[in-house]
Write a protein that binds this ligand. Structure first.
Ligand code: SF4
Ligand code: SF4
Length: 422
């Protein structure tokens, strides 16, 4: 859908600024009331969800004028979707979708960001969002004797993802996942060198055609291999396979699970037993693309009935972030003996982004780190010893921010704690 399709949504914005905060009814204090990293950092309306849709509507009406200031606004947004969910607490209108289309338009009109171009060049050349990645994608799996899902039938295909495949500090997550799946007796395999990037982060950055290329390649490979169920530990990968592929009618009947969903299921069925004590007070960070943006896509066909306040016929169901993956990770954490969970203020659909989304990690690392720092402060305020997430991009961003701070907070992915408990 092009930006024009959202002209009505963008015009509906009443400039109430609700998209900057968690909904009033849930605010517990001034400290953790903001949800949008961009407006919190840059403190000018154009950097909020509302400001962005106001700009989109104005440009559609008066023409696109790509100034440096405009591009600074465009590329300093994590595409985290918090504005969209807060707005929809009261409104029936899309906010993130037009913001995303605006990015896509910038890229199509040639107004890209050099740091993001570098990442996309890596994607085009090597099929990974980790620039400078060397060697084989599945080098981390050497000696583990894993099945090649493209050569033999397996029940579950494990999509490892770019970061856990190539990043030396994150390969531990792929290894932990393998140990857990083996322990639970899951018949699984990986794609070895046939695995390629899901394309999700390219989409967030505005490179829609690159995303579609990756999606088509992946689905062709998975269909050929007869894969019915895919599991991944990456929140961006999960959202790409589950939501974006569905949006573009590419997913078919593939079952897409996040590793937290599969682990919660295996624990419930008694196939995964967590019996070693892990004494740790933790707080859980909901990754944006597993939580609010992991909510399934809702297909809708009909017509817009024009008017000052347009309506849809048949009525359109809005995605309000309530059907993201929230309980499985919490259920898994509560199943680990010795782990105590304390919640932060901004959780589930109102979670604060880790900072890495939308290519901000690459386009403005200082802003990504600032955003992560704010989350670390919130985590520390719960009294937790560790912040636990369920996506390698979050762990990497939090680790980088902690290195620059004096905080003694530990950072873990949920699979690391489960690995300790088996
Ligand atoms: S985007 Fe929604 S919440 Fe934000 S100012 Fe506009 S109407 Fe209000
Ligand atoms: S997507 Fe996230 S960073 Fe961008 S405007 Fe909305 S809340 Fe702010």
């Amino acid at each position: 859908m092009a930006l024009e399709q959202y002209h009505g949504d963008m015009k509906m914005c009443c400039r109430c600024s609700a998209c900057k905060f968690i909904p009033m009814q849930r605010v517990k204090g001034a400290d953790y009331s903001y949800v949008c990293p961009s407006i919190s950092r840059y403190k000018f309306h154009s950097y909020s969800g509302g400001g962005r849709v106001n700009i989109g509507a104005a440009m559609l009406e008066k023409g696109f004028n790509y100034t440096d200031k405009l591009l600074h606004i465009v590329y300093n947004c994590q595409m985290c979707g918090a504005c969209d969910i807060s707005c929809k607490y009261a409104m029936d209108m899309e906010v993130l979708l037009p913001i995303n289309e605006f990015r896509i338009k910038c890229v199509e009109d040639g107004h890209t960001h050099p740091a993001l171009d570098k990442v996309i060049n890596s994607l085009r050349k090597q099929g990974t969002m980790v620039p400078g990645a060397r060697g084989k994608r599945a080098a981390w799996a050497e000696g583990l004797g894993l099945k090649d899902a493209t050569k033999e039938k397996v029940e579950v295909y494990y999509h490892v993802g770019c970061l856990a495949s190539y990043d030396k500090d994150m390969q531990k997550l792929a290894k932990a996942t393998v140990k857990i799946l083996k322990k639970a007796g899951v018949n699984f395999g990986i794609g070895y060198e046939n695995e390629t990037c899901c394309g999700g982060r390219a989409f967030q950055m505005g490179y829609k055609e690159d995303f579609l290329n990756q999606a088509r390649k992946n689905m062709e490979m998975l269909k050929k291999a007869g894969v019915k169920t895919l599991v991944t530990g990456c929140a961006d990968g999960y959202q790409a396979f589950k939501v974006l592929y569905d949006k573009y009618n590419l997913k078919g009947d593939l079952e897409v699970l996040h590793i937290t969903e599969l682990m919660a299921r295996l624990i419930k069925e008694g196939k995964l037993k967590l019996n070693k004590k892990v004494n740790l007070n933790v707080t859980y960070h909901d990754p944006c693309y597993l939580g609010r943006l992991g909510e399934p896509w809702i297909h809708w066909e009909g017509k817009k009935v024009p008017g000052d306040r347009f309506v849809f016929d048949p009525p359109k169901t809005y995605r309000r972030g309530t059907h993201g993956v929230y309980e499985p990770p919490r259920d898994v954490l509560k199943s680990i003996p010795g782990v105590k969970l304390a919640e932060m203020t901004r959780i589930k659909e109102y979670s604060w982004c880790c900072g890495a989304g939308g290519g901000v990690n690459e386009s403005n690392p200082e802003f990504a780190e600032w955003t992560a720092q704010k989350r670390i402060e919130e985590a520390v305020s719960t009294g937790a010893e560790a912040i636990v997430s369920a996506c390698p991009w979050c762990e990497k961003t939090f680790n980088e921010a902690i290195k620059e701070s004096e905080s003694s907070l530990k950072v873990h992915d949920i699979v690391e704690l489960v690995e300790k408990a088996i």
